[in-house]
Design a protein around this ligand. Structure first.
Ligand code: SF4
Length: 357
């Protein structure tokens, strides 16, 4: 078979790159980074904002946040329309995630959503707390072409886990009496892994993630060792700020947050929002950048509110346009490289002002 030019380019890079002088490597990396900011490469579709847990580090499921954004479920037809648009109109999208604030397995149509999205796109990830991953659900997921699943399990031990992944008495799912404890969750995961092996599903990539913060920090190495023997990858996340609700930004000198450039995040009611950790904690709804019930994802790319948000970040003038970003620390998670910054900022400005060539 004749190799494609793309493959040839990759091979060439692999051969030549290690021998390039440092200056040329920096040049190449800054060029690549600048290109990345031209169009988003990631979409988050919030299948549901409902969750059966109230984890201590998640501001999205706090009662005060829920009072402003009650639990909602994305309509299946609307979901399919967005997936169709991604496949047809947004070739830059490399990653599709099926969550934002909530637990996707609570959605009654989640298996059909997984089936549809992973049939249309080559890199779909389901993130779940695994509390609802009983045997029928595990078998149903394994029968889809889903490419990635990642379990959210904080802490290595039962004691740590159950101090973090709690269910408040006010949680709307308390009455379902689902066992959300450590033993039930890890048993669900073990069974899922066993079924994966025995159903011959060789394509699904399985990962697990813990947040690295005070209650877990002493267990991170043991967590990696324990889970890396069972799953394909172990991820350790930093503590998210959730628009400053958990740990406010203290620094007066800050960089633009890259999230608005790199991702498109659609909440379950169809609004484009700034990032996957955006929450409206004050009820001003300024982070609703575009209504996808009234327009397409492609139109959302150049929506005035989206580009205004970008310019506010570039000018570090957040208070009026994006007050929710001002106290947020999460912009630090994707740092802008130290080299080639002129080129990168110029490209970001082009996108923000609609002057991209
Ligand atoms: S600064 Fe925080 S709230 Fe604002 S876009 Fe970035 S991650 Fe989201």
């Amino acid at each position: 078979m004749k190799p494609s030019l793309r493959l040839t380019g990759r091979r060439l890079k692999k051969l030549i790159y290690p021998y390039l002088p440092a200056r040329l490597k920096d040049e190449y990396e800054s060029h690549r980074f600048a290109q990345r900011t031209r169009v988003p490469n990631t979409v988050y579709l919030e299948t549901t904002s409902a969750c059966n847990l109230n984890c201590v580090m998640c501001a999205a499921q706090r009662p005060a946040t829920k009072a402003i954004k009650p639990s909602g479920y994305m309509d299946l037809g609307f979901f399919k329309r967005l997936v169709d648009e991604i496949a047809r109109d947004l070739p830059s999208i490399e990653y599709v995630y099926l969550h934002k604030d909530g637990e996707p397995l609570l959605h009654p149509d989640i298996v059909e959503m997984i089936q549809y999205a992973s049939s249309c796109h080559p890199n779909v990830t389901l993130v779940t707390n695994a509390t609802l991953l009983d045997e029928p659900m595990a078998r149903a997921i394994l029968a889809t072409p889903l490419q990635k699943i990642r379990f959210s399990v904080d802490g290595l031990t039962r004691d740590t886990f159950e101090k973090i992944r709690i269910q408040l008495p006010s949680n709307e799912f308390v009455r379902t009496r689902t066992d959300v404890g450590y033993n039930a969750v890890t048993a669900n995961i073990e069974r899922f892994l066993h079924l994966r092996q025995h159903t011959g599903n060789t394509t699904l990539n399985v990962g697990i993630r813990t947040t690295n913060f005070k209650p877990t920090s002493g267990e991170i190495d043991a967590y990696r060792a324990h889970w890396s023997a069972k799953v394909d990858y172990v991820d350790v996340a930093t503590l998210f700020s959730w628009t400053g609700e958990i740990g406010k930004e203290q620094s007066s000198s800050r960089e633009p947050c890259l999230s608005p450039w790199l991702s498109l995040v659609v909440s379950c009611d169809g609004k484009l929002v700034p990032c996957c950790t955006y929450i409206d904690a004050s009820g001003h709804a300024k982070g609703a950048l575009f209504d996808l019930n009234r327009g397409t994802l492609r139109a959302a790319l150049t929506a005035n509110a989206r580009t205004a948000l970008m310019r506010a970040h570039l000018d570090n003038d957040l208070e009026e346009v994006a007050p929710y970003c001002a106290p947020c620390r999460d912009w630090r998670d994707v740092p802008i490289p130290t080299r080639g910054r002129k080129r990168i900022f110029a490209r970001m400005r082009e996108v923000a002002t609609g002057t991209t060539s």
